[in-house]
Design a protein around this ligand. Sequence first.
Ligand code: TYD
Length: 208
Amino acid sequence: MKNGIFISFEGPDGSGKTTQIERLAAFLKEQGYECLITREPGGTAISEAVRGILLDPAYKEMDYMTEAMLYASARAQLVAEVIRPALSEGKAVISDRFVDSSVVYQGIARGLGIDEVYRLNGFAIQGLMPSLTIHLDLSAEEGIRRKKNQAELDRLEQEDISFHAQVTEGYRTLAKLSPDRIHTIDATLPVEVIEERIRALVQEEFGK
Ligand code: TYD
């Protein structure tokens, strides 16, 4: 049996993670992996319930610390209930967002601090990190343009352009801090070009 592999996708809202995750999963299946796709916040009954609280536009008063801890608790449940068991069964796990989202959105854009948010999440993930992280880089303007046709925006999507600009910059900063794990691809490239680059990175990392 193959060893499990853990890949995360990161990037601003609207950067096209979902499309690329589906394409990568199809590719990994062709390579003989059993594939599990999961999303954050969510992926378990408890984590989806926490997601409901986090993204509800009604909770305008949510303190940033509360927000960071709720994301971390949804993650703790996902790691324990889904990701660790799947990896130990040799599956390929692809996560739509992981710890880096908290570091960028809560640590950088909300200003709680990169180290502080990694430390808080250390408790939730107990040392589990993806071997490979695909960062789809997108400007705040393009992200907002892509979301314009969407009927309802969630609590975080309703933030102003300066928040989204900090998210974009935050990801670029983080990618520079972890160049061995986080690989950046321009999200405005054609879908097929991005797909090909991701495959190349996966083959390089996992010899597939
Ligand atoms: P996501 O499900 O990716 O939203 P969408 O499907 O609309 O792209 O993520 C929901 C929002 O939560 C998104 O705006 C990013 C934010 N987020 C954080 O702020 N911190 C986190 O740790 C995670 C996982 C997501």
